[in-house]
Design a protein around this ligand. Structure first.
Ligand SMILES: [Fe+2]
Ligand SMILES: [Fe+2]
Length: 385
């Protein structure tokens, strides 16, 4: 079994210095190359529908394409004041912010102006990381098309490449035309994306991207969709979610079959990778770059955030982030194998309580575009009445 040191490069998950030492390098580089270490695999078995669940998903995906240019109301004027007012976090309900605003703490002297600036920066940062993560998904699913040995999975993954291109496109357009200022890729997220791409085994791309990164994204989009009152963003997120729910289902369906054949030793490597991914994603949400930009002492703020990590599990935002990942890991047998190694690790991270929540193997039905149309008709009906 690997140690935290081997998996994360630090013995303690909450080692402040080690977390701070991970920063974005080469922020001025225009392209970033990662060796993907994998064979491109052909299959001569063209039997469509050999995996009926994947085939069904593929047929659904074909009929669920939308156009990022024409299906979204880009003429909406985004009122930044309103965006600030409906920001997806409530400082007064957040244990970190409560601690950070005590006398002598880093945000003690913050007034309306500082909070407003923070919320705007936080929004730019969040949307920027979503955009970069979407590009990660674009690259990963292109790799899956090449590496997965099943024809039904290649077909499906090809539709996801198109979906992810559209997601990168709409997040980039939103940032460029409605907000101001991109943030570079967060270093923790960058490390995770590099690790996912670099792994030679086809199922690791699925685990890292479809289960971990997309599981978290689906939860984060859902939370932001629920809270934002900005109509363009709300609609953009709802459209993206209709695709993402399918993507997570693709991961769960494919890995469920494959993991059934793996030995304990092979499963342990998957469990360790899932743990590493969970920690990197937790670290990314410490949003170091935002604290730096708003002129707050980064070290004190990260320290406070780590100290209140336990309380953060009471915070609905933090809760929802892991609410899809943990049940999906359970469904795949990742929590239980090897004497519950990952269950123990998720327990230490304070996120294991979600294991009995519903997995997202079928979320794509309730989040589909047909369903969106029904929601719209219901809303119109309510407006008329
Ligand atoms: Fe996506
Ligand atoms: Fe996706």
């Amino acid at each position: 079994m690997s140690t935290n040191e081997q998996l994360l490069g630090r013995a303690e998950v909450n080692d402040l210095e080690a977390i701070l030492s991970i920063t974005s390098k080469d922020v001025d580089e225009l392209v970033h190359a990662v060796k993907d270490n994998a064979d491109a695999v052909f299959t001569w078995n063209y039997e469509k529908g050999e995996r009926p669940a994947l085939n069904k998903l593929y047929e659904k995906a074909k009929g669920a394409q939308w156009n990022g240019e024409t299906d979204l109301p880009w003429d909406t004027v985004v009122d930044i004041e309103k965006v600030v007012a409906s920001a997806p976090r409530d400082p007064e309900a957040d244990p970190v912010f409560i601690a950070a605003t005590q006398p002598g703490a880093p945000l003690a002297n913050w007034g309306e102006k500082e909070w407003g600036q923070f919320i705007i920066e936080s929004q730019n940062w969040t949307m920027s990381q979503f955009m970069h993560g979407e590009q990660g998904a674009l690259v990963c699913t292109a790799k899956i098309v090449e590496t997965v040995p099943w024809i039904d999975a290649k077909y499906y993954a090809a539709t996801q490449v198109m979906d992810e291109a559209r997601h990168v496109e709409v997040f980039a357009k939103y940032l460029d035309t409605k907000l101001n200022g991109h943030y570079p890729l967060n270093a923790h997220l960058g490390m995770l994306l590099d690790d996912i791409i670099a792994d030679s085994r086809w199922d690791m791309t699925y685990l890292g991207m479809q289960i971990m990164v997309e599981g978290l994204a689906l939860a984060a989009f859902g939370f932001m969709h629920m809270l934002t009152e900005e109509p363009l963003l709300k609609q953009l997120l709802r459209y993206v979610m209709s695709d993402e729910a399918r993507h997570v289902a693709f991961g769960v369906l494919s890995l469920k079959e494959y993991y059934g054949e793996l030995s304990d030793a092979e499963m342990l490597e998957r469990q360790e990778f899932a743990f590493e991914a969970a920690v990197r994603m937790r670290d990314r949400f410490l949003q170091q770059e935002v604290w730096e930009r708003v002129g707050v002492d980064v070290r004190s703020m990260i320290k406070l955030q780590l100290e209140h990590q336990g309380d953060k599990n009471e915070d609905p935002f933090q809760q929802l982030l892991f609410s899809k990942i943990v049940p999906n890991c359970r469904k795949l047998g990742l929590l239980d194998r090897n004497d519950g190694w990952l269950r123990t690790k998720f327990g230490e991270m304070g996120v294991i309580q979600f294991e009995d929540w519903v997995d997202t193997g079928s979320d794509y039905e309730s989040l589909s575009l047909d369903q969106l149309e029904n929601e719209r008709l219901a809303a119109d009906g309510a407006a008329v009445a």
